[in-house]
Ligand binder design. Sequence first.
Ligand code: C2E
Ligand code: CA
Ligand code: CA
Ligand code: CA
Length: 261
Amino acid sequence: EAKRDRLEFAVFRDALEPAPSSTLTLEAALHGALARQELELHYQPLFRTSDRVMIAKEALLRWRHPELGLISPAQFIPLAEESGLIVAIGTWVLQQACRQAATWPGVRVAVNISARQFSRPDFLAVVERALACSGLEPARLEIELTESMLMRSPDAAAELLRSLKALGIRIAIDDFGTGYSSLAYLKRFPLDTLKVDQSFVRDIAQASQDTAIVTTIIHMAHALGLEVTGEGVETEEQWAFLRDHACDSVQGYLLGRPAPE
Ligand code: C2E
Ligand code: CA
Ligand code: CA
Ligand code: CA
């Protein structure tokens, strides 16, 4: 009797337990999040710097947890990377973003790709399928990769990028300047855009070292025939600086926060 009471109490107590907070329970919950349709995409606009016309939207993943509310990708993407769940999640993100973008007039969609997704042998086929199923014109899809993903094995990466380009999509380097990439390889990769990391944009208007770094990245990118996006633009000063230094597009809270479709 006493044993059963204890057991029942344990079950009751578990039900009352505060929302899962440990990494382990969060990971377990993440396993079913896709099937339970708890994942959703928010979109943040990108604007052409010269006239502030919207040219693209970046898809940013959110997890709407039934008890914890909206969870940011910084909290669960590392878990998804470690467990390999990112592959299924990333495929869903690509499909969902292409499907939604196909209903927008003209504006491009930018999709973040994880290292694990990029290194899968079927990545090209996954992108191809997302385009085919959605009917989205390939030129309206831009995938965002990081320097480290490309530099792990640069020759294989260059070949994959060429196949992706052959589909007609665009390729951007995200958080540019925070990783290690060799300029020699940068020239060999068929890229379209460099996204300057927000850590460089922050103090840009204060005549700091970042001023030199950002203007140099812009010059180099243009010399290589690439476009440049400034990330994390929060003030009019930062926007004016990027406009005056020929940065092609900007993204940041000043112009628009990520929001549901
Ligand atoms: P990211 O790709 O560099 O995305 C930009 C992040 O900066 C977003 O955070 C965005 O909300 C935030 N941001 C935009 N403008 C400003 C600004 O003016 N000021 C500041 N302080 N922040 C700004 P978010 O949405 O929390 O995403 C964080 C990271 O999670 C992303 O960084 C990206 O690396 C990753 N991520 C998001 N969605 C996905 C996805 O679908 N797949 C993968 N693999 N990674 C994703
Ligand atoms: Ca990004
Ligand atoms: Ca970024
Ligand atoms: Ca980032």
